[in-house]
Design a binder for this molecule. Structure first.
Ligand code: NAD
Length: 473
């Protein structure tokens, strides 16, 4: 156990919490640190602090707010090595990927610091001027999952702060520590109350999302929890962005080399041990190249270095928590009985939650591994015979987050991409997420946008001023 102490952040002050809980290193399965825990009274204090800080923060000129967001990015960058080490310890991802997440978080903050909400003149003719301007909403509750705890916080913090809102942030209970360490940095940069951080054991979400002084909920997590969040915010008609689960299909067209396509798709399925909302979660391949494609994927999976993220050379770390580990094991048991496992398939015989990259073929579309979001390093590969059929199969999902199409003929691949019903479809690439490009889910994968100008606007109320001259008579 580390003896490092972590604190909540409430009204600019460190707070030791109303109790504490263990944080487990998924590479060992053992606790390695204690995390302070809030209760409802501390949650109320955090919301009250954010509410009290709101008028002065909203009144500050946008360039000043943006400058402080930039300073936060600088502060995070200055401690990137330490933050990445902590992220690996609690989340499991290999150190280089943890560093990539921490540095990615600074890029997101800087991208939002460069954005502004501008007045829009909707009409200016015949003495009638109509202007739409945008005002901040108030206190934002930001709730994060455990797969990318830092970047998903910054996707919310950047636009919220730049547009003049204040925030109460709540990380997932299994990955709270790097967020608290960033709170230490923010404490010296942001005015008290502008950012508050509380932790829970999955027990304070509803109190936060239904709080009468919370104006907006920015939530990333599973679809099941997203539905609860929407219900609990309904009474207050809270503004919401819900970034939820996905079951992204990769459609391989018949004009690519199957071995090359397998190499590209492998990374999209296995990065972060498959625990990415927009990881490739099922692949559809023309029947004539099915064997070659599956065999190359299996070769890559067998060659992967699966190890503690702290170890030099590790490519795939453990699954983040016990519950997820058990869920993937159950999916593998079903896949073993109903399909063919070409590589992986069995957890490593060592402590921690290690599942090696696994390739499964010959499953039906109705197998749980194909229908459900596996959120782990396991890829099912299905064959198809014609393009209309495969588009229908890709769209036959309650989810619609991302997706990808792989083909040499770009216009044909793009035409297929247009028919995939999801928020984003990549062509010949994956995970091309960019702070300047909006990201959103279709169907049960979410509501509202994160990132880009659309993501910035989600933190504002549009306000129309429609004026004509006062005329006598
Ligand atoms: P989860 O839904 O279990 O938890 C997410 C967060 O919600 C946690 O902080 C949790 O404590 C909190 N929470 C739990 N109950 C709550 C309640 N009743 N009210 C409010 N908050 C509550 O999700 P997870 O298992 O941590 O994350 C994995 C899921 O997140 C996957 O489905 C993945 O696809 C999704 N995800 C989506 C995106 C996206 O951008 N669409 C990005 C990353 C992850």
């Amino acid at each position: 156990m580390t003896d490092r102490q972590f604190s909540l952040l409430i009204d600019g002050q460190p707070h030791s919490g109303a109790g504490s809980f263990d944080v487990v290193n998924p590479a060992t399965g053992e606790p390695f640190a204690r995390c302070p825990k809030a209760d409802e009274a501390l949650l109320n204090q955090a919301v009250a602090a954010a509410r009290a800080a709101f008028p002065a923060w909203a009144a500050r000129p946008a360039p000043e707010r943006a400058a402080l967001v930039e300073r936060l990015a600088d502060g995070i960058e200055a401690r990137a090595g330490e933050l990445a080490g902590l992220l690996t310890a609690e989340q499991g991802k290999p150190l280089d990927q943890a560093m990539y997440e921490v540095m990615g978080a600074t890029f997101v903050l800087r991208a939002f610091a460069a954005m502004r909400v501008e007045d829009k003149v909707l009409r200016d003719e015949g003495g009638n001027q109509v202007i739409e301007h945008r005002t901040p909403l108030g206190v934002v509750a930001a709730i994060m999952p455990w797969n990318f705890p830092i970047i998903l916080l910054m996707n919310k913090l950047g636009p919220a702060l730049v547009t003049g809102n204040t925030m109460v942030a709540k990380p997932a209970p299994t990955t709270p520590l790097t967020t608290l360490a960033i709170g230490e940095i923010a404490r010296d940069i942001l005015p008290p109350g502008v950012l508050n951080i509380i932790c829970d054991e999955n027990d304070l979400g509803a109190a936060l999302t239904s709080h009468s002084d919370v104006a907006k909920v920015a939530f990333t997590g599973s679809t099941a929890t997203g539905i609860k969040v929407m219900q609990s915010g309904a009474a207050g008609l809270k503004r919401m962005t819900l970034e939820l689960g996905g079951n992204d299909a990769a459609i391989v067209l018949d004009d690519v080399d199957p071995v090359e396509a397998a190499r590209k798709i492998y990374g999209g399925a296995m990065a972060n041990a498959g625990q990415i909302c927009v990881a490739i979660k099922r692949a559809y391949v023309p029947a004539q190249m099915y064997d070659a494609f599956c065999d190359e994927l299996a070769r890559l999976a067998r060659d992967a270095v699966v190890d503690d993220g702290d170890k030099q050379g590790a490519q795939i770390g453990p699954v983040q928590n016990r519950m997820q580990f058990d869920k993937i094991r159950a999916l593998l048991d079903h896949a073993r009985a109903n399909g063919t496992i070409l590589a992986g398939g069995t957890p490593l015989d060592r402590p921690g939650y290690f599942i090696p990259p696994t390739i499964v073929r010959d499953l039906d579309d109705d197998a749980p591994l194909v229908r459900e979001e596996q959120f782990g390093p396991v890829l099912p590969v299905m064959r198809y015979d014609n393009i209309e059929e495969v588009i229908a199969r890709a769209n036959d999902s309650e989810h619609g987050l991302g997706g990808s199409v792989w083909g040499r003929d770009l216009s044909r691949a793009t035409a297929v991409a247009r028919q995939v019903n999801s928020g984003t479809v990549w062509v010949n690439q994956y995970l091309a997420i960019d702070a300047n490009i909006p990201f959103r889910g279709a169907k049960m994968s979410g509501i509202g946008s994160e990132l880009g100008e659309a993501g910035l606007h989600e933190y504002t109320q549009a306000h129309v001023i429609n004026a004509v001259a006062f005329e006598a008579g």
